[in-house]
Design a protein around this ligand. Structure first.
Ligand code: TA6
Length: 304
């Protein structure tokens, strides 16, 4: 399957027309296109702000940023020197290899290891590999985290982290529904004062619409859920990512310096992650979190 690679990115192309572009900076997927019944040309499924900085000087405002080892403002003792959402989205990852290439799709692997500048703010020994797979109507991203500690001391040198795929799904945010969330606990970050924990609420509705500023953290969500709007939608299947974050700042987005004018009307962030509590990984062990994003059946253009 055709693959184009240069020093800053790799582009995968599927014979049925879908494609994906991955920046080595932050291992950020900045484009995922796939077919639609709405027309002959593949449709861009992700939102990247036209004001996004793509030169590696700051995390990309859009696409699929990789959040590791912390979500939000760091508060774990080992993360206190890190920026918001950790360093996964702001380090340059290394190209590793094509690990699958057949008529169904193509998978590529990027890796990230400690480096001199990172070691000054994060001291834990780790290895990350990130596998992105493109198929005709779907993309999957798999993050593998390995605790590289060789310590045999007791208590074990556990690696504690959070992980999340910060998906900017392209959607008309005024009419977007995320289902099913009914009965789930969630935290409303728009209500919490700085640093305070908002009290958990129980979701009474089957669907969440983001007509107003939304920054919800759902705990222990379903493995399968859908982000839909009139005429389209994306299905999400997550593995080992128990929580779901939904974010759309609405007009508050006008205060975000790299947010294009009215950008909040064209995306909803629906983010599978493990963000309430920490994953604890013993020395030598590997944890994997996966998401599969697929175009909902009703919208798929079935190529002959
Ligand atoms: O995922 C939702 C969130 O945590 C929001 O609270 C908002 O801060 C958003 O991430 C964007 O964060 P960023 O650091 O990319 O500006």
């Amino acid at each position: 399957m055709p693959l184009e690679k240069d020093w800053e990115s790799v582009t995968l192309r599927h014979p049925k027309g879908s494609s994906v572009v991955i920046l080595f900076y932050g291992a950020t997927v900045i484009s995922w296109k796939s077919g639609s019944i709405r027309g002959p040309d593949p449709v861009e499924r992700l939102f990247v702000s036209s004001k996004a900085i793509l030169d590696g000087s700051k995390p990309v405002r859009g696409g699929i940023p990789v959040v590791f080892p912390c979500f939000g403002a760091p508060n774990h003792p080992e993360h206190l020197k890190l920026g918001q959402h950790g360093f996964g989205r702001s380090e340059v990852w290394k190209w590793d290899s094509i690990i699958m290439d057949n008529e169904a799709g193509v998978s590529v692997k990027l890796t990230l290891d400690p480096n001199e500048s990172l070691s000054s703010v994060y001291s834990k020994p780790f290895h990350l590999s990130y596998v992105i797979t493109l198929e005709e109507h779907q993309i999957s991203t798999n993050l593998h985290v390995t605790n590289m500690s060789r310590s045999t001391a007791f208590p074990p040198d556990v690696l504690e982290f959070q992980a999340l795929f910060h998906n900017y799904i392209r959607a008309p945010s005024s009419e977007v529904f995320i289902t099913p969330l009914k009965g789930l606990f969630y935290y409303d970050k728009t209500e919490a004062t700085e640093g305070a924990r908002s009290t958990p609420k129980t979701e009474e509705r089957a669907a969440v619409n983001v007509k107003r500023p939304t920054d919800f953290v759902y705990e222990n969500g379903p493995q399968d859920y859908e982000v839909t709007w009139p005429g389209g939608g994306i299905a999400v299947r997550s593995t080992n990512l128990k929580d779901i974050v939904i974010w759309n700042p609405q007009e508050g987005g006008s205060k975000i310096v790299d947010m294009e004018d009215g950008g909040w009307e064209r995306y909803v962030c629906v983010e599978p992650g493990h963000v309430r509590g920490y994953i604890q990984l013993e020395p030598g062990k590997t944890w994997t979190g996966q998401q599969v994003l697929s175009v909902i059946q009703a919208e798929r253009r079935m190529n002959s």
